[in-house]
Every structure is written in C-alpha cells, then in structure tokens.
Ligand binder design. Structure first.
Ligand SMILES: Cc1ncc(COP(=O)(O)O)c(C=O)c1O
Length: 453
C-alpha cells in the first residue's frame, strides 16, 4: 500500500514553479517556492511542526498540554495541524486584521481563538503578543510557542527550506526574496544559502509602514504605521530577524502588493495571499537589473483561499481603495513621504512644558506640531511662530503646560480619503492629521501635498 503515516508527512519538500508570463521582458529565470502546497496551506506548517517537536523534546510540552501562540493565523494553523494529530489543545490570539477565513480555519481545527483590536502598540498590555503571554502564564501545562524568538523557527528553515531550494536549483540560485514577519523564513533560509554561496543575495520584501527597512539602513527603531497586508512587517523587532543574512530590504505599498498577488493568481494560476504579492512585486522589480545568468527564487507564503473575503474580493478592495491604481488617496501621500525616509510623526503631549515643546520643534525643524493626550488622541496643536510671539511677550509661559497655551487640533482625516477631500481641507488649514485604524499616523502639510502632486 502507498500512503503517508499522517498528514504531517506532507509538510515541506514543496515544489519550485517557474514564472512564464508576469516576468515577460525580464532576463533571469524566476521561480516560486510553493509553500502554499503545504497541507495547512502556508509556509508556517514547517514551524508549527518543528516548534512542537522541539518543545516535546525539551519536556516543556507534555501530553494533554495546551499550546498558546500570538499569530496572524498561519502559524496558528501550522501549530493546530500538528496539535490535532498529536492531541494537544490550542489557544490563539489574533488581531482584528486577521481574515475570517483564517480564524474559521483555526476553529475548524478545534482551536480556541481570541481576537483583540489591531490598534494597540507593542508596549500596551492588550497588544496581541502580550495577551498571549498573559494567557500562557495563567494556563496550567501550557507551552507558549512564541514564534518571534523561538530558535526552532529559523532553524527549521535552515534545515529544510534552504537545502530544498539549493537542491532544486542545483546550486544556481543567485537571489532569494522573502517577506519578514517573525523573520524565521528569511533568516534560516538566508543563513543556509549564504553558507553555501556568500554571493547569493537575500532580499527582504517589507510593507510600507513596517520598521524593518529603516532599521536595516539606519539602526534606528521607529514607530510603525498600519497597513493592510497580513502576516508580515512589524512595529517592533523580533529576535528571529537575523539582519546579518539580509542584504537589502525593499518597501512595497498595499496597493502594489494586492495588485501583484492578483496578477500571480490570474496570470500564472498561483493562488496566493497579499504577503506573496509584496514578495513577487520585489522579485519582479529586482529582476529588471539582472541578467540571463541569474536565478531568482521567491516564497509563496500562503494560499489565496485565505483571503477570498479580502485581497481577492473586489468589494473589499474597492472599500479600501486598493483597486484603482489611478485614484489617489491620503495614505498615498504618507507612503510617498515614507519612501523619502520621513517615517515618524512628531508630536508633543499636552502635559509637557512649553519650553520642552519649543525644544522638540526646534530640534526636529517643524513649524506645526500636533498635541496628543495620554491616549494618543489629538487634543490641540502648536504653531511655532505664534508660540514664539506669545512667549516673547511673557517669559513665564515657558514653564506652563502645553495644554494651557495650545490652539485647536488639526482636522483628522481618514487615510482612505480621496485627495479631493484632502485638497479641500488644506485650503482652509495648514496641516491635517492622518488617522489609520484609529491611530494617528502622520501629519500632512500644504507643502507635503504640493510636493506629492
Ligand atoms: C501570510 C504570511 N506571510 C508571510 C509571513 C512571514 O514569514 P516569517 O514569519 O517566517 O518571516 C507570515 C508570518 O506570519 C504570514 O502569516
């Protein structure tokens, strides 16, 4: 009889698929590493299996134990797949951003799923990773997989994904393109490939709004801003991102990512999610400068079936202004600023002293600055020229709180607003604030609009 002992025997050894159409006019051969062919439909089946095996070996996961993880869905599915075969319970914490398909898939595998808002920042107790940690502390016989720093995450890609690609390309690979979520795929595969041939270029595909590119280039950790693509990019630095194996990181907008995912699906029949769109867009971009001798391999992280209600749904794309590349929206201006390296919104809190606020405005070179309260809600604004005039007339003002001298807040406009709305607002005001998923993410001045247009 010919059979597998369990579904877990199907994990890994995924095929390479050659691109034939969307790479028209490009010289190198480009191959998709089809991680969506894993039994749970994503690259994360590999680490779901290996993290559980490793925890069993180390004695931290015992029979009838409970596996807990913070996940954008795929790692949860990978863990739940192995857990269902081995008889463990699972509790997963996701944010509201995770597609209903992934959440329902987790529930179908018998897992408990807790969904928390997407707006919390990493230092907030209700940030999804912190909630998972808390549940793990409170649950007896639990194992917190913690893919962001669990060494068996990159290790499994070092042991499996890297060698597979090396073997499948007969050592001819010259460029490897992957997204960076936990960093496991790029770090483990990158390390293996670099050890085989240090000339192989490892390229990270990162959503605009994630902090990785800026960190790689400057060593600075900035505040991330929200984006729609799921599972990749971060607003903090996971230990499993090993930057020494990454040569370059390229930022891609949501619009570009979803458009590329749809092209890969429609023209090559490779049904994929948004993060693969980010990656394939980068693979095609870098290939413009490569030759016939180059061999590019990129990761297909997961299947598009996971996003039938989102990135592969025309209504959702329309609602999120992702469909028409011609219609410009407010977040396009923010994206253009980010591409130029202006990443972080500068603000002051209403409870600091005026002298400190003036210092910040001076140092950063801003003549307008928003004032936010402790909940990061806009409550006022400062204009350097008016503030200096006031202080000039009364030096005592230097030692009062910002809230006692601030002017009214800038208008807050949703990141998805049409540029007509933005133009109108900026005829009456010098600056507006951008709100994305309930977070204030940017300040746009008349100058930014002119610069963009
Ligand atoms: C859809 C999707 N793509 C890509 C990734 C990134 O892979 P890695 O965590 O290995 O960096 C993830 C990670 O969660 C993901 O969910």
């Amino acid at each position: 009889m010919e059979y597998k002992n369990s579904i877990l025997d199907l994990i890994g050894n995924t095929p390479l698929i050659k691109l034939n159409k969307i790479n028209k006019g490009l010289k190198p051969q480009i191959f998709a590493k089809l991680e969506s062919a894993n039994p749970g439909g994503s690259v994360k089946d590999r680490i779901g299996y290996s993290m559980i095996l490793d925890a069993e070996k180390r004695g931290i996961l015992k029979p009838n134990g409970t596996i807990i993880e913070a996940t954008s869905g795929n790692t949860g599915i990978g863990l739940a797949l192995t857990a269902s075969v081995k008889g463990y319970k699972c509790i997963f914490v996701c944010t509201e951003k995770v597609s209903s398909e992934k959440i329902n898939y987790l529930k179908a595998l018998g897992s408990e799923v807790i969904v928390v808002p997407n707006s919390y920042e990493p230092d907030h107790p209700d940030y999804y990773v912190n909630v998972a940690k808390r549940i793990s502390n409170e649950t007896p016989d639990s194992f917190f997989a913690y893919q962001y720093s669990n060494p068996s995450n990159p290790e499994t890609h070092y042991q499996t994904t890297g060698p597979e690609i090396w073997r499948q390309t007969e050592g001819k690979i010259t460029h490897f393109v992957s997204s960076i979520g936990t960093g496991g795929t790029i770090s483990g595969t990158g390390k293996f490939l670099k050890e085989k041939n240090p000339n192989i270029k490892i390229i990270g595909a990162d959503p605009l709004g994630s902090i990785f590119k800026h960190y790689k280039e400057t060593g600075e950790i900035i505040k991330g801003t929200p984006y729609l693509v799921e599972g990749i990019g971060q607003d903090c630095l996971p230990e499993n991102v090993h930057f020494q194996y990454i040569d370059k990181i390229i930022n891609i907008s949501d619009k570009e990512s979803f458009a590329a995912a749809r092209r890969l699906t429609k023209e090559e029949g490779i049904f994929c999610g948004g993060s693969t769109g980010t990656i394939v867009h980068v693979a095609l971009e870098i290939s413009k400068d490569l030759s016939e001798d180059d061999v590019v391999v990129f990761i297909v992280c997961d299947t598009g079936e996971r996003y039938l209600s989102k990135g592969h749904n025309v209504e959702w794309l329309k609602d999120n202004r992702m469909l028409d590349m011609e219609i410009k929206i407010l977040s396009d201006i923010s994206d253009a600023k980010k591409r130029k390296g202006k990443e972080e919104i500068v603000y002051v809190h209403d409870t600091i002293l005026v002298r400190d606020a003036i210092k910040i405005m001076n140092e950063k070179g801003f003549s307008y600055i928003p004032v936010l309260n402790e909940f990061m809600r806009p409550v006022g604004s400062l204009r350097e020229s008016r503030l200096i005039t006031k202080v000039h007339g009364n030096k005592n003002l230097l030692d009062v709180f910002v809230k006692d001298v601030m002017e009214e807040s800038f208008l807050v406009i949703d990141a998805k607003a049409n540029l007509n709305e933005v133009r109108k607002a900026l005829t009456d005001a010098h600056a507006i604030l951008v709100s994305d998923f309930g977070r204030i993410t940017d300040i746009i001045t008349r100058y930014d609009l002119i610069d963009y247009e």
